[in-house]
Design a protein around this ligand. Structure first.
Ligand code: FE
Length: 280
């Protein structure tokens, strides 16, 4: 069993997106453009409404999946396919944009903490123009695995024989929220050949094993190198970490804002289709 050692540690950088929402972006910046099959990871964590209130009014997506996981506060979403709903603390929305949707993601609060994540997962070339699909999972329906004092929410993937709440995603993703008391370890065997990262959002961890281990603090993402096994240990206090993995697609990536395709021509087509109102 070989341990996946951190090969790069990325600081989530402050960016503004949507209509003026302040975020910290760990994937999808010049420091880490993508981590195939993952295209973007944002953490939004703000208790100043001025930093989030404008939200993400109507905007399109094509060629990707967007995964929203809320920790605190609430977001209301709605789209041009007639879907609408509210994401509260602990809820997950896994949206497969496929050939195109137009949606809005707006804070449903005027004060208090808004905290969560958005991950973008690429779609394989032959799935980019598939029909849009939603999976919305309430916090209470997300399986929880406890190993002693370590508590893992299994959003996608499998842990100790427990299957995650999200099903039928092409890259066969793992998405765990791992809570570790000080000094506790989490070890998990990944599906063979999957690309993986660990994003620390509370406390700090020692990530990896032996001489190859590194300290990874809050707001930092460890890109995990090849190996079979993720290893984390909370250091200096309790820690909470997103452990995410998926099967790399190894296909060309051409991105233009919310559209991610394989060729420039497909991007031009996406812009054309959106402008002509063909995202229906
Ligand atoms: Fe969106």
């Amino acid at each position: 069993m070989s341990v996946c050692q951190p090969v790069q540690i990325v600081t989530a950088h402050s960016v503004t997106d949507g209509a003026g929402v302040h975020l910290h972006r760990a994937i999808g910046t010049p420091h880490l453009e993508d981590l195939d099959p993952f295209l973007l990871l944002d953490e939004f964590r703000n208790d100043d409404p001025a930093q989030y209130i404008a939200g993400f009014p109507d905007h399109p997506h094509r060629g990707i999946e967007t995964v929203t996981y809320m920790l605190a506060g609430a977001m209301r979403h709605g789209d041009n396919q007639g879907n609408a709903g509210r994401l509260g603390p602990g809820d997950v929305q896994w949206m497969t944009a496929g050939r195109g949707i137009v949606h809005s993601e707006m804070p449903e609060q005027e004060k208090g903490l808004l905290w969560g994540f958005q991950l973008w997962v690429n779609l394989a070339a032959d799935r980019k123009m598939s029909a849009p699909r939603y999976q919305e999972i309430k916090a209470a329906d997300i399986p929880v695995v406890t190993r002693g004092d370590v508590i893992v929410k299994v959003i996608a993937g499998a842990l100790d024989g427990v299957s995650g709440a999200i099903h039928g995603i092409d890259v066969d993703p793992t998405y765990f929220d791992v809570a570790l008391p000080d000094g506790a370890a989490f070890v998990h065997e990944l599906p063979a050949g999957h690309a993986a990262f660990a994003y620390v959002f509370e406390g700090a961890t020692e990530t990896g094993g032996g001489d190859g281990a590194s300290r990874v603090g809050r707001g930092h993402l460890a890109v995990l190198g090849s190996g079979d096994q993720v290893r984390l240990r909370a250091k200096g206090g309790a820690a909470r970490v997103l452990v995410v993995a998926g099967r790399p697609l190894r296909e060309p990536i051409v991105r233009y804002g919310p559209f991610v395709m394989n060729t420039r021509e497909q991007i031009v087509q996406a812009i054309d289709d959106f402008r002509a109102g063909r995202f229906t």
